[in-house]
Design a protein. Structure first.
Length: 253
């Protein structure tokens, strides 16, 4: 059965990366949640997608230039009185569930990795006993390699799109490089993965391959029928319903 991950908590259903969305996602029957982390100017870890506040919060400027106190006092757009959540508060939501936690490490407004962010995520998830449910993800292979140096058994995922594949010399050399990262899942943007699926399966195999972001019923149905480990979607409600309708129960087979 193909795993379903709610992208940014289900961003087409609720405000993305909001506690509201994360709480609602818990009741949908998904297998995983995906969310994004940045680091504040004083070393705190917050959950927000963009390196700039402008699109999703009632503030402007780089996330990394703001203190943790200011960020957690900044309201999210379209989320009532909710403010930007911390990693800790998001983990609180999912602690009692069985969901996989796909924690995507973002880079700052200049494209630089945040110093020490990998260690903070590892420490927080290990402290809570969540390390086996946590998959630490990034577009930057060097960040994932840092995670593995700090925690050799950490579960990891590298995201790949056309731009990042180009930076590694094209889809084949990119896949060959990422295949060398032990047990690393590779989630590939669906438009890139569609023509590259046979190649990706040959290099990575089903258990290490994911597709993102699949949102229409047609896309969701197509990718749920492919030999991939997981799909990531902004419409987890549709994905769960489509999967439920297409899975034949043992009693009916």
């Amino acid at each position: 059965m193909v795993f379903i991950a709610g992208h940014r908590g289900g961003r087409d259903l609720w405000p993305e990366n909001s506690l509201m969305g994360f709480r609602n996602l818990c009741g949908l029957g998904v297998d995983a949640v995906e969310f994004d982390v940045h680091q504040s100017s004083d070393g705190g870890v917050v959950v927000i997608h963009d390196p700039l506040l402008d699109r999703t919060a009632h503030d402007t400027g780089p996330v990394g230039d703001r203190s943790l106190k200011r960020l957690t006092s900044t309201r999210l757009r379209d989320a009532g009185d909710e403010c930007i959540p911390t990693l800790s508060s998001v983990l609180d939501v999912f602690a009692a569930t069985s969901l996989e936690l796909h924690v995507e490490i973002k880079t700052d407004a200049l494209g630089n990795a945040y110093q020490g962010l990998e260690a903070k995520i590892i420490e927080e998830t290990q402290r809570r006993g969540l390390e086996r449910r946590t998959v630490i993800t990034c577009f930057v292979p060097e960040v994932v390699e840092t995670v593995r140096r700090l925690s050799p058994d950490a579960r990891v995922l590298i995201s790949l799109d056309r731009r990042s594949a180009e930076m590694m010399g094209g889809i084949r050399p990119a896949l060959e490089r990422l295949a060398k990262v032990r047990d690393c899942i590779v989630a590939i943007e669906k438009a890139l993965l569609t023509p590259a699926l046979p190649l990706a399966l040959g290099i990575l195999g089903t258990a290490r391959l994911g597709a993102w972001v699949t949102n229409t019923p047609e896309d969701i149905g197509y990718w749920l029928a492919q030999p991939v480990r997981q799909i990531t979607t902004d419409r987890p409600d549709l994905a769960v319903d489509i999967r439920r309708r297409h899975v034949v129960s043992p009693a009916a087979s």
